[in-house]
Design a binder for this molecule. Sequence first.
Ligand SMILES: Cc1cc2nc3c(=O)[nH]c(=O)nc-3n(C[C@H](O)[C@H](O)[C@H](O)COP(=O)(O)OP(=O)(O)OC[C@H]3O[C@@H](n4cnc5c(N)ncnc54)[C@H](O)[C@@H]3O)c2cc1C
Ligand code: FES
Length: 261
Amino acid sequence: MALKNYQAKLIRHRKIAHLTYELVLEETGIIRGKGEDKGPFGVPSPGQFVNLVVPGFYLRRPFSVADYADGKLVLIYKILGQGTRAMADRLEEGQALSVLSPLGNGFTLVDAKKPLLIGGGVGLPPMYYLAKALKAKGQEPRIAMGFKTADEVFYEEAFRDLGLEVQVATEDGSKGTGGFVTQILEGSYKDGDYLYCCGPMPMLEAIYKMDLAPGQYSFEERMGCGMGACMGCSHKVKNYPLGSKRICKEGPVFRTEEILW
Ligand SMILES: Cc1cc2nc3c(=O)[nH]c(=O)nc-3n(C[C@H](O)[C@H](O)[C@H](O)COP(=O)(O)OP(=O)(O)OC[C@H]3O[C@@H](n4cnc5c(N)ncnc54)[C@H](O)[C@@H]3O)c2cc1C
Ligand code: FES
């Protein structure tokens, strides 16, 4: 799929949880890019991400595709540093934005009897688009979502509306299971036979080390160029000719058998 720089219009910008916002973007034209045109935003696959220009900032910010349908792209972001703070303060509905899409490898959809999705914090957004794709293939994924506190929880009902069984963990115990999302995996979800995970590195490492089932892990690590040029996002892997992969280009999704911590 050819990468393109799309001109997009921000058609919705709303707060959905503590420090967390949802953006809906509609493609209005192509600024730059050649190759096959498979429709608006290049029709991303689950687990792929886009690089968004934040007005006033030189480096683009990477965000996972939370949903895509009818030419509309949904992104979810949490305020972390200066760029995401500026997004919350300055982005206005109707505004034009530039979006590089689609980026990264995305998840490979595997036939499994009990696929389990695990999302921690803003690792949750790609799980929504993935859940829709798995449901469309006739699979019945369940989801374990982990947050720090109850006021950070988002998309719980949205996943239920898709028909998923949902379990929530909060670190302070203010909602659902108390503790980390791994607590859920030690309980009724431990029979999951294939895992799709996205979240902070300590969460991914803890899940990997539980050795429950094979799966795929999406790494949301700090990036520079976001396009494979600066090597700033290299991550060591097993059995790869160069010994490491770039999260932005050969990732962000890695299979269990290639991961090195
Ligand atoms: C593949 C991928 C998908 C992501 N999807 C989401 C998502 O759906 N929702 C969400 O809220 N966040 C997501 N992130 C993290 C998000 O990109 C960062 O939170 C954001 O870039 C922080 O920008 P900032 O200017 O507020 O932070 P600052 O710390 O001020 O950023 C400074 C620079 O570091 C980069 N940077 C900082 N933290 C990260 C990070 N964790 N990952 C990548 N670059 C970072 C910024 O892009 C910027 O170039 C994703 C990251 C990756 C790599
Ligand atoms: S961020 Fe530059 S190579 Fe990945």
